[in-house]
Design a protein around this ligand. Structure first.
Ligand SMILES: Cc1cc2nc3c(=O)[nH]c(=O)nc-3n(C[C@H](O)[C@H](O)[C@H](O)COP(=O)(O)OP(=O)(O)OC[C@H]3O[C@@H](n4cnc5c(N)ncnc54)[C@H](O)[C@@H]3O)c2cc1C
Length: 393
């Protein structure tokens, strides 16, 4: 164990962790303002750019650091300990770069161009697939955004919702139904091609910049069509089981850790005049602190264990981990909700005051339920896996 974090195993991880720990403390100081204003934390993203963090998952051959999934989660969790919104926003970028590195789903010249832009000027990427009519793209609905074939490429028109990181995006992967066919394509457009409609006014994760984006008759050259699938087919981007999406549980566990830290400090120092000692020595408070630790250690151990297995696996083994990756997300996001709730019970009535961070954390962790995969999808994957195992034995 290094730097008070059980999961740090090497000197290099510890060195990088210290870089992120210093930044995360700055993010924590700005989190309340961005939450209040629902403003995008450009200065946090700039600081992550300056630290080189945005290229840590990019392949070494293009000048990145090529860190593992396990390492990405260590750092994402720490960013979230400072500010959940910043972590979720940058998590899509570093996660996608890791996924593109392992799946090589982009044509090679395009992937090289994207990687160089990340390394040289801190360019950022995200995938924007959600739409009002389809809801979560994981349910398989056909996008209403339409790509019409024209000479040399396509013209795309449509609107996406929940487009996290939109105020800072240089590259946007959008899904679109291809006109006059049942096929759905994934197209890489640039930040200049999109118009941001500032719709993001939510209860939690208010500083993620997850606005609507509009594409109006945008020309996309043929070589920027990344994949084309018939109904029921999955794209090459999903050929690695989606290990990179563990940035989602890492984010919500980071928020829960911050709530835990706050509650423990509060309990160790708050001494009402009815007690001869701080509340930390009261039995029901100790029980709540213990319950928080149990939930955190269980969810974090599962997350890092599955990440390690994913890192070590070949393509087929990674794909086979999909139910376990879902299990991590479901366990972690629900544990995060429970931990923040317990932290607030420890602190008591002061926990709902807006000048303390707990009420923001309480609102932020709620969003985790609506990031993929939804709990019912996880349970379905686990049920099907159990049925298959029993039938094979
Ligand atoms: C903070 C945050 C950031 C996000 N960032 C991004 C992003 O960067 N890019 C992006 O593309 N998306 C993003 N999303 C969107 C996310 O992936 C989902 O698309 C969105 O939350 C809507 O999901 P849903 O399940 O609530 O919606 P819906 O699919 O509309 O579901 C609504 C309800 O109906 C149920 N339901 C709907 N369809 C079915 C079905 N076929 N079978 C069973 N039940 C069904 C659901 O379980 C749910 O209870 C983000 C979401 C959040 C909260």
């Amino acid at each position: 164990m290094t730097s008070g974090n059980w999961f740090i195993e090497t000197q290099e991880q510890a060195r990088r962790h210290e870089v992120i720990r210093a930044l995360s403390a700055q993010f924590a100081a700005r989190a309340a303002r961005h939450d209040e204003e629902a403003s995008f934390p450009h200065e946090n993203i700039d600081a992550l750019r300056k630290a080189g963090y945005v290229a840590w998952t990019t392949p070494k051959e293009f000048g990145g650091e090529e860190i593992s999934l396990y390492e990405m989660l260590l750092h994402q969790e720490q960013v979230a300990r400072g500010d959940g919104s910043t972590a979720l926003a940058i998590g899509w970028h570093v996660g996608m770069m890791l996924s593109l590195r392992t799946t090589r789903a982009f044509p090679e010249p395009l992937f090289a161009e994207v990687c160089r832009s990340v390394v040289e000027r801190g360019a950022l990427i995200n995938s924007c697939a959600s739409e009002p009519a389809t809801g979560s793209p994981s349910r398989g609905g056909r996008p209403q955004t339409t790509a019409t074939p024209v000479a040399g490429g396509y013209r795309i028109t449509g609107r996406k919702t929940f487009s996290t990181l939109s105020p800072a995006l240089d590259w946007v992967l959008v899904t679109a139904g291809i006109a006059d066919s049942e096929d759905v394509g994934e197209f890489l457009v640039t930040g200049k091609d999109i118009q941001i409609i500032e719709t993001w006014n939510t209860m939690g994760m208010r500083a993620t910049g997850s606005h609507d984006i509009v594409l109006q008759d945008v020309f996309v050259p043929e070589e920027r069509l990344i994949s084309r699938q018939r109904p029921g087919e999955t794209s090459r981007r999903n050929s690695d089981g989606g290990g990179w999406t563990l940035h989602i549980p890492a984010c919500y566990l980071g928020i829960a850790l911050a709530a835990r830290d706050f509650a423990v400090r509060y309990a160790a120092t708050y001494q009402p005049n009815s007690l001869p000692h701080p509340i930390a020595k009261v039995a029901h408070i100790q029980e709540k602190l213990g319950q928080m630790e149990l939930k955190l250690v269980a969810a974090r151990t599962l997350m890092y264990d599955i990440a390690r297995r994913w890192d070590a696996g070949n393509a087929a083994e990674r794909l086979a981990l999909r139910p376990q990756l879902g299990a991590v997300k479901t366990l972690a996001t629900n544990a995060a909700l429970e931990v923040v709730d317990l932290a607030m019970r420890v602190v008591g009535g002061r926990s709902i005051w807006r000048d303390l961070p707990l009420e923001r954390m309480y609102r932020d962790v709620r969003a985790g339920l609506h990031n993929p995969p939804a709990d019912d999808i996880t349970y379905q994957m686990l049920a099907n896996q159990a049925l298959a195992e029993v039938q094979q034995s």
